[in-house]
Design a protein around this ligand. Structure first.
Ligand code: OX2
Length: 808
């Protein structure tokens, strides 16, 4: 472990100086925010020197550079994480205590950078951590949104969205690099110039903005490698400030061009796997793509000259979902229009350089843009896409049966739209899904026509999570216990966790596993009380579903289970359950009415149940507002049941399932996404699997013989009653009934199979929770889950990307 301070004393001196420089005051009278800013600033500057050394080393080694393009990086707070990764957390903790302040308090001062929605953005952040850990020259390329994902408040049970002003107190990790700014053109028209026997194109009459990069260091565990995350901000080209307008008192007008340009990086679109189509979003996509490609090519040219045919040997461009799909056409544009390569030369380079990860099969999440909008905003990029499409069409063997149908499905331009997923596949040498079943579904159905043509492109990379953040940092008591048992190597190599299997036979160790869980439950209960006023019992089971709200994730089925248990407890004096706290947390896209109604339903059920003394010893319902990386780190360690209950075939992978498993929660889940691999690794006897499988879902749909009303009528007493309670005022006290949920489920014939899976789900829950009484075996299963979770380290995932896709 390389170290950035030689001693505690050295740290204290440098830190005192940093605080004084920043605040102009003596340490003793500074505020926590000053102290945080100075500490993060100090660590950031150390990180930047290591980063410069890392870069020199990579240059010397002639390393291939990997650019990870993602419109989201959900990085969360960095201070604690970087202290751990530099190996100085305990030293700093001690030093601060000597100085009369507290590290945890300072860590809480850091804004929780929410430049992402959910799984996709957090995956990108875990990958940054793992690329640095694996000593890969890997760089994030994304957007610097002025407002991150909205802050969620709950009013009368409803989600209310509030702007996330995460930059308002400064952000000590970033460095603005105006010298690396890139001019980005929108609109205009394409002009051809003849040179000899060739025509070159340029775009004239564009409206330009400046993409200005901000660099954030990415500290790898061990402190040897520090990479960079580069995020782009949009700004006006010159100061187009209209002094005359200002003097007339038209202040907004005077600064209009600034506002227009800055709008591009103003907000993160709050959609997770869903609705899109806004012009501003298309501008965001092009801006971070064009600017990022410029960075990659500048670095390459500096190191290797303009030998573009070598680009695939030294540069890998990875596109995280379809948002960076314009990497292909943009790289073509530069290689042809600026570097004067022929189409064939450029195309060969592009397709050897770019790779693509698909994250969802939901049709509504596959990006499409109207051709009219697209070609007007990006005329040259559109022309190149048109040519890619023409050549794709020409490559079809029209003597083969079914070629028209295959063309229809794989075409980039179709029905007046640009289909970004097809563009991504065609421009890439590798296409991967994010869990085994997801990749199989891509091959078998969603991208089947591509698979038939180029099976060698397709591969699986099951997602992963970083054990540094989600175990070492989030769960100190458990980490300490683990380290005592098997030593500290698991942070470097999560496979080491397997050694915990030995301890499953040690009763006193299992007691300590339980003690640590209880500590984490107490910690979460305190947080919940502070945030919501609700008192929850750390001796009850903590049953946790935390993730974005989406119909297919079926939070509705979970709360219907709670309603059913509540009904039965009131009706049947012989019925009882293990005392349980049902914990929910997550946001819904602001325009997603159904998902927001489910949030309101959960809060409304909570309002009734939590105020009913007849059941309060046995159940509480807890909705934790404003789910984000920082409170997620309190929730995962406290969880005992991990609810992973999506309709089979719908969740590409899921990653909260892995975080919860690593923290010793038992999965109650369907055979969907990575749950399948979790069950295989940990053994089905250590999880609880229920519900229809993917083939069963497909069969049921294909049969045309499924009628939601029949299911409800066959189970009038329980399911029927729960459905009625959506509209009969039982839970209307807070802010009304839930007719729209009822109608949505019934009029779509139970599209997400909530009714179909309801009984097997409640039965599975009862079986699982009845085994809780055997504390020792429960703790053994918890420990077994942790022991087998090492494979889900994002280090493993990243090594697979490195070896099989990037060849870096
Ligand atoms: C999510 C998927 O829904 C989730 O299953 C997966 O674990 C995660 O990506 C990371 O791969 N937006 N978010 C996702 O897909 C899209 C599109």
């Amino acid at each position: 472990m390389d170290t950035i301070f030689n001693s505690k004393q050295e740290f204290i001196e440098e830190y005192r100086e940093a605080v004084r420089e920043l605040s102009g005051k003596k340490f003793e009278i500074t505020s926590d925010i000053d102290r945080f800013n100075a500490l993060a600033g100090l660590i950031a500057s150390k990180a930047r020197s290591v980063s410069a050394r890392t870069d020199d080393r990579f240059k010397k080694e002639g390393k291939k550079r990997v650019y990870y393009f993602s419109i989201e990086f959900l990085i969360g707070r960095l201070l604690d994480n970087y202290l751990i990764n530099f190996g100085i957390r305990d030293m700093v903790d001690e030093a601060l205590r000597e100085m009369g302040c507290n590290l945890d308090d300072l860590c809480r001062m850091e804004p929780d950078a929410a430049l992402g929605n959910g799984g996709l953005g957090r995956l990108a952040a875990c990958f940054l951590d793992s690329m640095a850990h694996e000593d890969i020259a890997g760089y994030g390329n994304g957007m610097r949104y002025r407002y991150g994902l909205f802050k969620q408040e709950i009013v009368d049970g409803r989600q209310v969205e509030v702007a996330d002003e995460w930059l308002s107190r400064g952000y000590p990790w970033e460095v603005r690099r105006p010298d690396k700014a890139v001019r980005i053109g929108f609109g205009g028209h394409v002009v051809g110039h003849t040179e000899g026997d060739r025509i070159f194109y340029s775009v004239e009459g564009t409206e330009d903005v400046l993409a200005v990069p901000y660099d954030i260091p990415v500290v790898g565990f061990g402190g040897k490698t520090v990479n960079k995350l580069r995020v782009w901000s949009a700004e006006p080209i010159d100061e187009h400030f209209d002094l005359e307008a200002f003097n007339r008192g038209e202040y907004a007008m005077a600064d209009a061009s600034r506002a227009d340009a800055e709008a591009i990086s103003a907000i993160l679109y709050p959609n997770d796997a869903g609705e899109h189509g806004r012009l501003l979003r298309l501008k965001q996509e092009y801006l971070f793509v064009a600017a990022g490609i410029r960075t990659a090519l500048d670095v390459f040219r500096r190191e290797h000259g303009a030998k573009w045919e070598l680009l695939p040997d030294y540069v890998a461009i990875h596109t995280n979902d379809t948002h960076p799909a314009m990497c292909g056409p943009e790289l073509m544009r530069i290689l042809m229009d600026e570097e004067k390569l022929t189409w064939e030369e450029a195309w060969d380079i592009v397709t050897k350089t770019i790779s693509y990860t698909n994250h969802t099969i939901l049709p509504e999440a596959l990006e499409k843009w109207p051709i009219a909008t697209f070609s007007k905003l990006l005329p040259r990029i559109y022309d190149i896409i048109d040519e890619i499409n023409r050549r794709w069409r020409d490559s079809f063997d029209t003597s083969q049966e079914g070629w028209q149908e295959r063309l229809r499905k794989t075409s980039v331009l179709w029905d007046g739209e640009v289909r970004m997923a097809n563009l991504s596949v065609i421009c890439s040498h590798s296409v991967n899904g994010v869990a085994k079943i997801h990749t199989d579904i891509l091959k078998r159905s969603v991208l089947n026509d591509f698979y038939a043509l180029t099976p060698e492109k397709f591969n699986n990379k099951t997602n992963g999570i970083t054990p540094r953040r989600f175990l070492a940092e989030a769960n100190p008591s458990y980490s300490k216990l683990i380290t005592e048992a098997i030593g500290p190597k698991w942070m470097d190599d999560a496979d080491e966790l397997k050694k915990l299997v030995e301890f499953e036979k040690d009763p006193s160790f299992l007691v300590r596993v339980g003690d640590s869980k209880r500590q984490n439950k107490v910690r979460l209960a305190r947080y919940v009380r502070r945030e919501t006023g609700l008192v929850i019992d750390p001796d009850s089971i903590f049953d946790v579903q935390v993730k974005r709200f989406h119909a297919y994730k079926r939070q509705l089925m979970n709360i219907m289970k709670v309603m059913d248990l509540y009904n039965r407890l009131l009706d049947d004096s012989s019925f009882s359950i293990q005392p349980t706290t049902f914990i929910f947390s997550g946001k819904a896209a602001s325009s997603y009415t159904f998902a927001k109604e489910v949030i309101r339903l959960i809060n409304s059920v909570a309002d009734v149940v939590n105020n009913d003394s007849r059941v309060n010893d046995l159940m509480k319902v807890c909705f934790i507002p404003n789910f984000r990386v920082s409170n997620a780190q309190l929730i995962y360690p406290a969880a005992e049941i991990s609810e992973q209950i999506s309709t089979a075939g719908k969740e590409a992978s899921g990653t909260s399932n892995m975080k919860l498993m690593m923290n010793g929660a038992i999965t109650l889940g369907t055979m969907d996404g990575a749950n399948i691999e979790i069950a295989q690794l940990a053994g089905e006897e250590n999880e609880k699997i229920f519900g229809l499988t993917t083939p069963e879902v497909e069969e049921l749909r294909a049969s045309g013989n499924y009628f939601a009303w029949d299911v409800v009528n066959a189970d009038r007493d329980r399911l029927g009653r729960v459905m009625s309670e959506l509209t009969d005022n039982t839970f209307a006290g807070l802010s009304g009934n839930f007719d729209s949920i009822h109608n949505e489920v019934m009029s779509n014939n139970d599209y997400d199979l909530v009714l179909k899976d309801f009984r097997s789900y409640v039965d599975a829950w009862e079986e699982l929770t009845s085994s809780y009484a055997d504390t020792r075996d429960w703790n053994r299963r918890a420990l077994h889950n942790t022991a087998m979770s090492g494979w889900f380290s994002s280090d493993r995932t990243i090594r697979e990307y490195r070896d099989e896709i990037w060849h870096a």
